[in-house]
Write a protein that binds this ligand. Structure first.
Ligand SMILES: Cc1ncc(COP(=O)(O)O)c(C=O)c1O
Length: 355
């Protein structure tokens, strides 16, 4: 099966499973698990932050960060389509009484700092207290300009706001920039990184930041049920991923670029892959896609195609707006360590045949 729905679909390799099998473990709630401790130290060092905390998921990692930065009645400013706002079930508001202030992302994944300025609430009892700016890198598979990150973090700290990075795919940004990940996260107070996406571990994220913030986050991890016992079994997969899978992520970017160029050879298909893109290809299908995903699945290729209708797309073209073409579509195709270059060629051929 060639699964391009997400980079979260990877299966742990035999070598990864072996290190999980032999992992030295203890009860991590008693701070007794040497493998978890090793992963935490290793990640803190890699990202050049004082402390780290292992958590089961990126969602819990972001939530622990938000809870540690903000109190009830505080606010965080975040992208309208950011994972930490739109796709985390409203956890900050529901569980933390923290109000999100979503703002539109710019095309490059930044949030306009003038808009952030306007969104910061005055020091007046009518208003919620703005405490945190939350950014994301990569954003929809795109590397956010680092000079913006530096400016945004300075802007935030000049206004006494904390700054958190959802770096679920920070690893992709680091190989894209050809720098150590620590360089990209220097401007941020806290950073969440995921091990279960392009890195290929079955589970796990790590939140890094200053000692006091991580100590506070540990409190919330316990409250959320994320303090785990012999978690070294899964932390071992994370260590393996950092040691073995971090640098190979560049292959996923090459495969994504190849996929985009092969798809662009097919009439009626437009695949966007600009300079800053990493392992995601955004594809627009100009013709009917009603049965495309189904046809591809018959070839053991898994993709999610979203149908565009009415105001979703540009219907100014009379052909596209015509009744014969009820459903154009878009897809996000994601490359990862379980997809090789031959698979990419297979997918492009299958799309050409099935579309
Ligand atoms: C940018 C981003 N942040 C956070 C998460 C949450 O990670 P998890 O699925 O481990 O909760 C995801 C998941 O896909 C993500 O894409």
């Amino acid at each position: 099966v060639i699964d391009l729905r997400s980079d979260t679909v990877t299966r742990p390799s035999d070598a990864m499973r072996k290190v999980m099998y032999v992992a030295e473990v203890g009860d991590d709630v008693y701070n007794d698990d040497p493998t978890v401790t090793r992963l935490e130290h290793m990640t803190a060092e890699l990202l050049d932050k004082a402390a780290a905390m292992f958590v089961p998921s990126g969602t819990q990692s972001n939530l622990c960060a938000l809870l540690a930065h903000c109190n009830r009645g505080d606010e965080y400013i975040v992208g309208q389509h950011a994972h930490a706002y739109r796709y985390e079930a409203g956890g900050a508001a529901v569980l933390g009484g923290i109000q999100p202030q979503p703002l539109d992302f710019e095309a490059d994944g930044s949030i306009d700092l003038a808009a952030v300025q306007d969104a910061i609430k005055p020091d007046d009892p009518h208003f919620v207290r703005t405490k945190l700016l939350c950014l994301e890198n990569t954003r929809d598979g795109m590397v956010v300009p680092q000079d913006y990150m530096e400016r945004a973090a300075k802007f935030a700290s000049d206004r006494d706001l904390g700054v958190h990075l959802d770096g679920a795919r920070l690893w992709n940004a680091a190989v894209w920039h050809q720098v150590e990940p620590a360089e990209l996260v220097r401007p941020f107070d806290s950073v969440s990184v995921c091990l279960s996406k392009g890195m290929g571990a079955p589970i796990g994220s790590v939140l890094v930041g200053p000692n006091e913030l991580i100590a506070e986050a540990r409190w919330y991890r316990k409250m959320l049920g994320g303090a785990m016992r012999q978690a070294g079994v899964i932390a071992a997969a994370g260590i393996y991923a950092i040691e073995n899978n971090r640098h190979r992520i560049i292959d996923d970017h090459h495969n994504a670029r190849l996929l985009a160029s092969l798809l662009n050879e097919i009439e009626g298909v437009e695949a966007a892959y600009d300079e800053a893109q990493t392992n995601m290809v955004w594809v627009e299908f100009q013709r009917n896609v009603d049965h495309l995903a189904e046809r591809l699945s018959e070839e053991n290729i898994k993709v999610t195609v979203r149908t565009l209708s009415g105001s979703d797309g540009d219907n100014s073209d009379p052909v596209l707006a015509g009744a014969d073409i009820p459903s154009r579509g878009i897809a996000r195709l994601v490359t990862h360590l379980d997809v090789c270059t031959d698979d990419i060629r297979t997918v492009a051929k299958a799309v050409a045949a099935g579309y």
